[in-house]
Design a protein around this ligand. Sequence first.
Ligand code: GDP
Ligand code: MG
Length: 165
Amino acid sequence: MQKHNQKEHLYKLLVIGDLGVGKTSIIKRYVHQNFSPHYRATIGVDFALKVLSWDAETVVRLQLWDIAGQERFGNMTRVYYREAMGAFIVFDVTRPATFEAVTKWKEDLDSKLVLPNGKPVPTVLLANKCDQGIDVLMNNGIKMDQFCKENGFVGWFETSAKVML
Ligand code: GDP
Ligand code: MG
């Protein structure tokens, strides 16, 4: 319940990455605590709202923007990115090409959007489908911490929308 003395913060967060990496599934898991194995490509843009009782005085509303992968790098993304405060870039650990696309997504984002203070939007990298094994990360010998540093990510996490890791 919203109390009178509570402060409310609304943040727009982007969830981007190639088609099929699990963007919609991650949002579903986070907001609705469920998962579906059936693939349904997102059409256009979807929104989901996650409301967090941050503390006794603060409510945080996270507006998660979910885009269809095929709209990448078009003029659409500029409109879609507008006024976002943070971003998640997702790749699928079972498909190396989706990891290679990560830097392209980051460049697209940074070229079209900066925070009001002129800084790049804080972006977190998500290595999704880790329930399938993390062979791709291992086999490529990717040093993820270093990769994040070199490419301007604030950090990275192994995720699964399907199971608790
Ligand atoms: P999007 O195109 O990035 O939104 O990807 P979706 O969320 O639609 O997911 C694509 C497919 O991958 C679907 O069949 C999902 O069920 C599946 N999927 C998504 N996340 C995971 C995960 O963490 N683990 C596994 N095993 N499958 C996943
Ligand atoms: Mg989707």
